[in-house]
Ligand binder design. Structure first.
Ligand SMILES: Nc1ncnc2c1ncn2[C@@H]1O[C@H](COP(=O)(O)OP(=O)(O)OP(=O)(O)O)[C@@H](O)[C@H]1O
Length: 380
């Protein structure tokens, strides 16, 4: 099959990835499907279970209960005892560090997987040359890994992963260890490889840019459970978890819907907004920092506006905009943020410790149902 035909088969062929796995001692319980040709970004705080998910898929960790399938092939099944070892899964992993074999040249590193699967020396060399060209690293072929920059080494690691002809790529924060100068070029390269070749991939990242540039779907993990899932756009425009809201740069306040369009927080602030959340249900109010006006006194005729009393925690300057951060809410959740102009900060003479009022129009306040209980019950 030529590359184009192979790509089409990859994208339209059989099932993609299915993971249904529980690991008791890490308290991880995950359940996800990914269509072939899609890239899934996995977001979440430290210790949420992101690396564990990759290890379960790669065959580095066995679940206590569960099943992992790739393109219709069972890789792990605790019910039947099936467990395909890591090297035979057709899964390639790319980590933060390139982890090239130090004693081999760049070309030999990339030729390693084709050689291991039985290609002749010259065929493996040809495959290595092709992938090094693909990642624009062909001129590095005869170098040793110690003679490469971080960005160059990561390009070579990408070529080495692809030369193994994987059915699935696992990317564990591939740009995290690169300096700001080389990360964009590697991100562009990955975007080209993932998107143009319609590869199926799972990408663990802490960087919103990676999710936006590379992924079709997003899951957010917290405490070993998937708390949000959807398209990148859905999750980042209407986040429901505190983590996704922070990543998306929106304010999130939790509470209960007291009457249609009114959310009451546990510290008895009421917020009026627009949205479908039902009376009596748990809900979140979302508003953008740019939609907040900062006042020194509560405005006398605030309706239909929301007035939130805030103590300023800090001021962060981003170009001509200043982000005014409030101290955490009484329930311990992240305090609200407002983006105002530097001129407004000067006029109001804002400073940390000061008591101010954040004012947000009702139309700018979105009310959404809160997340379902975090643990999706598993039936395995
Ligand atoms: N080798 C291990 N043995 C036992 N428990 C582990 C092991 N590795 C991770 N854990 C635990 O499993 C849970 C999930 O950890 P994991 O490393 O998957 O999180 P993560 O989301 O990748 O975090 P980070 O962003 O810090 O890398 C945590 O409670 C962690 O302490």
């Amino acid at each position: 099959m030529n590359r184009a035909a192979e790509t089409t088969a990859r994208a339209t062929g059989r099932d993609g990835l299915r993971v249904h796995a529980r690991l008791d001692h890490r308290d991880v319980d995950l359940d996800l499907d990914l269509e072939p040709g899609q890239v899934l970004a996995v977001l979440g705080p430290n210790g949420a279970g992101k690396s564990t998910l990759l290890s379960l898929i790669a065959g580095l960790v066995r679940p206590d209960r569960g099943r992992v399938e790739l393109e219709g092939r069972v890789l792990t099944d605790t019910a039947s005892g099936e467990f395909v070892p890591a090297h035979a899964r057709g899964v390639a992993m790319l980590s933060q560090q390139a982890l090239l074999f130090p004693h081999l040249s760049v070309a030999e590193n990339v030729a390693f997987a084709p050689r291991s699967r039985g290609e002749t020396r010259s065929a493996a060399r040809g495959i290595a040359e092709q992938w090094l060209r693909e990642v624009e690293a062909d001129e590095l072929a005869s170098r040793r890994p110690t003679q490469l920059s971080g960005g160059q080494a990561q390009r070579v690691a990408i070529a080495r992963a692809l030369a193994a002809d994987p059915r699935l790529l696992l990317l564990d924060e591939p740009m995290a260890a690169l300096d700001v100068g080389s990360a964009p070029a590697v991100r562009r390269l990955l975007r080209r490889i993932l998107r143009e070749e319609q590869r199926t991939a799972v990408l663990v990242t802490h960087d919103l840019l990676d999710a936006l540039a590379l992924a079709d779907r997003v899951i957010v993990l917290e405490s070993g459970r998937i708390v949000e899932r959807g398209s990148v756009r859905e999750v980042l425009t209407s986040p429901r978890s505190a983590f996704a809201a922070r990543m998306a740069g929106v304010n999130l306040v939790s509470g209960t819907i007291e009457e249609p369009g009114i959310l009451r927080t546990s510290w008895s602030t009421t917020l009026s907004g627009i949205g479908e959340a039902a009376v009596g249900s748990d809900a979140v109010a979302l508003f953008r920092p740019g939609a907040v006006a900062v006042h020194l006194e509560p405005p006398p005729h605030a309706s239909p506006r929301n007035v939130i009393a805030v103590t300023i925690a800090e001021l962060d300057v981003h170009g001509a905009t200043v982000r005014v951060r409030g101290v955490d809410h009484p329930d311990g959740s992240t305090g609200p943020a407002a983006d105002v102009t530097a001129a407004a900060v000067a006029d109001l003479d804002l400073a940390p410790g000061q008591h101010v009022y954040f004012v947000v129009k009702t139309q700018e306040m979105e009310l959404h149902p809160a997340l379902a209980p975090t643990a999706r019950p598993t039936d395995i």
